[in-house]
Every structure is written in C-alpha cells, then in structure tokens.
Design a protein around this ligand. Structure first.
Ligand SMILES: [Zn+2]
Length: 393
C-alpha cells in the first residue's frame, strides 16, 4: 500500500464547497469531543467506541434535524461518519500513549476532511479528472498516470492549494522494464546526486533563490506581531497579509523541493533495477554545522524514503551501503585508499604508481558513485520500506 496525493484544480464554487465540508468535519469532531468531555464530568463510564456510537445517534436523529442545522443536509454525509471515526482514533492513540489528549480543532489548524465510498472500492481512471464519491467529479492539475482502485479520499488544503489523497494497492501495478541494470549514487552538497553512469543531478536554482527571498522577507518583517488574544493585541491588516503570503511562500518552497525529489527518484527508479546509495551518516554530517544546514534542506532522507517506497511501485531493489565503507576515499580503478582527501578536493587523484602513470584523475563524486556501485556485498543491505501512507511534507 502507498498513497497518492494530487492537486485539484478547483473553481471558486468548488473551493467554497470544500471549505464548507472541512468546517462540517471540524464541527462534528468538536461536537463529539465536547459530549465525551461532558459524559466524563457527569461520571458516566463506558468505552469510547460505545460513547461515540451513542453520540452519533444523537447527532443523526436530533442535532442534524434542528432547523438551524439545515446546511448539514446539503453536504456529504460521509464527512461526519469519518469525523466521528477520526475522533475515536484520536482517543485510541491517546490511550496507547502515542499522542496527547484530543483537543478541539480550530480554523487555524487548516482544512481537511475525509470521505469514502460506501459501496466498496471504486476505480479511478487515468486522465485529468477524478470522481470523488459523494462529492462529484473534479479537475486535476496533472493527469493520473494510470488506473487506480481505492476507497477512501482525504481532501486537504495547503496555503491556497487543494489536494486529494488516496491509498492504493501497489501490487496492481504491472512490473516495469528497466533499461539499465545497476547504479551507484553519491549524494552531495555541491552536486545533489552523482550517478555512476556519469550523469549528475543538481538541485534547481529557483529553489535556492526562493529560499533567499523568503529569508529576506522574514527579516524585513521581523517586528510584525501576529496578534495575541490573551494580551488583547489584535493582528493588524498588514500583519495578516504578510503571514498569509508567508504561508504561501513556505508552501511553494516545500512543493519545489518535493517536485524536484519526485522527479529525480522516479527517473532513477524507471531507469535502473539495482540502486545503491550510501547510508546517511547523520551525526557525522551534523557535526559540521554548515554542511548540516545544506543537508537538511536538500532532503537526503526524503530522497532515500522516496526511492525505497517507489521500489514497490517500479520493482527496483534499493541497497544501502554501510556508512563505514570508505566510498569517497578508495580509488575506483586500483582500490587503494587515499586517506588525506579534503572536503574541498573536487578531483580524486590516485597516488598509486600505476594510476599516476596513466594520469588518472576523476571527479570526486563520480569516483564515490563507482565505489558504491562496486561495494563488496558484506557492506551492502537491502533497504526496508517504512510504513507510511502519505507523503511527508
Ligand atoms: Zn588508483
């Protein structure tokens, strides 16, 4: 199982409808939470599942029929079913010690809600349209690449963009032919990825520019107050505008990074069958503060995570080379070790006589990529996919 998240192309009417549904989900969640708390204070005991079932009955048979709540009947009824379910799950997580006590949802938490098809799984056809059960048919920014079978849909908003995500069975996708057998990939700060076939992938420039611009905007507005209800400070119109645009910019940068990583990992997964990357030596890298900022930005972890979960989609094998394997110090031609290589040395010059005689010099990262590709098997292990369904931000 893995999840697919795609952007919706909504018009104003549809956007309003999505907001209404999110508000509905929030209303129901808070309604249930308030009643559970009241039951608790009244000393009424019982399992959470039972309590929620009772509350659901009250909601369906009484609250929903009140004259002031007519608006609920115009919205999808699957929304409130799911809101109650997620409230129950929130309590279960709290009981297990996996999260803190459920709290009331506020508008500030953002918009999201879930619907499902009550008649079992539905088929999504490839193309630029998606039919979401009980909500209707919507346009997509990018076409779905193939057909999917799924049941549950989560709609969410990030800044001004709306997304739909759904879980899919990975087994249904046919195996893909890989034109090349194996590749070693060296990740770096100077150049994002160097492949042992000689190609290089660099982080996009516009991403770097956008980050600089954002930092500047934040510095210029460093004295703006976002408002504080307790202290009675109201948010100014300019501050409101600024924080709104800030959220947009942050989202944009996150998208650019995610876009870049998805493109790179998909390309690699399509082309190669056996993919070897270095284990990330985080503690070693974080000791160097300048490097650590660059590394956390580039998303090496996310790169590896995507490669690993795409291995289930594209039928690849992702192998991790032990961090103690000196991939950057060995000479890929003769295998001799070159210990005093500095981080600033961009070219690998082997000191061995035979290599010196042939005047062999190699790009440092390419040398490392070759070494990863040819690493002895006792340094290599197969990467295990994490159990996460939805892409991390
Ligand atoms: Zn050599």
């Amino acid at each position: 199982m893995y999840a697919i998240k795609v952007e919706l192309k909504l018009n104003n009417k549809e956007r309003t409808m999505m907001r209404k549904h999110s508000g509905y989900a929030r209303f129901v969640y808070n309604y249930g939470l308030a009643l559970i708390q009241e039951l608790y204070f009244a000393g009424i005991k019982g399992s959470i599942t039972k309590q929620i079932n009772e509350i659901k009955k009250v909601f369906t048979n009484y609250t929903k029929k009140q004259p002031g709540n007519q608006w609920m009947n115009e919205l999808s009824s699957r929304v409130y079913q799911y809101a109650f379910m997620s409230l129950g799950q929130a309590y279960q997580r709290w009981f297990k010690g996996l999260s803190s006590k459920p709290v009331f949802k506020s508008k500030k938490d953002g918009d999201s809600f879930t619907v499902d098809s009550s008649n079992g799984k539905v088929v999504l056809f490839f193309g630029k349209k998606i039919k979401i059960p009980t909500l209707g048919t919507f346009r997509l920014k990018e076409a779905l690449p193939c057909c999917y079978v799924t049941q549950t849909f989560t709609i969410s908003r990030q800044a001004h963009k709306w997304y739909v995500s759904f879980a899919v069975d990975a087994d249904r996708i046919p195996p893909i032919h890989h034109p090349e057998e194996s590749v070693g990939i060296d990740l770096g700060v100077k150049c994002f990825a160097t492949l042992s076939d000689g190609s290089q992938v660099d982080a996009p420039k516009h991403y770097k520019q956008a980050k600089t611009k954002l930092a500047l905007a934040q510095w210029r507005n460093r004295n703006k107050q976002s408002g504080n209800r307790r202290q009675g400070v109201k948010q100014s119109n300019r501050a409101k505008k600024f924080y709104g645009s800030l959220a947009k910019k942050h989202a944009r940068i996150a998208h650019q990074r995610q876009d870049f990583l998805h493109k790179v990992t998909t390309d690699i997964s399509r082309k190669f069958y056996r993919i070897r990357i270095e284990d990330l030596n985080v503690s070693g890298m974080l000791a160097n503060s300048k490097l650590s900022a660059a590394i956390s930005d580039l998303g090496f972890y996310e790169f590896r995570r995507q490669l690993v979960y795409k291995s289930q989609v594209y039928g690849t094998k992702v192998e991790i080379v032990d961090r103690w394997y000196p991939s950057s110090k060995l000479c890929c031609m003769c295998g001799s070790k070159h210990d005093n290589l500095k981080l600033s040395d961009r070219v690998y010059q082997c000191q061995n006589k035979s290599c010196l005689a042939h005047a062999i010099t190699l790009d440092r990262d390419l040398n490392a990529a070759y070494n990863l590709l040819n690493a002895p098997s006792d340094f290599v292990r197969l990467a295990q996919p994490e159990v996460t369904l939805v892409d991390k931000k």
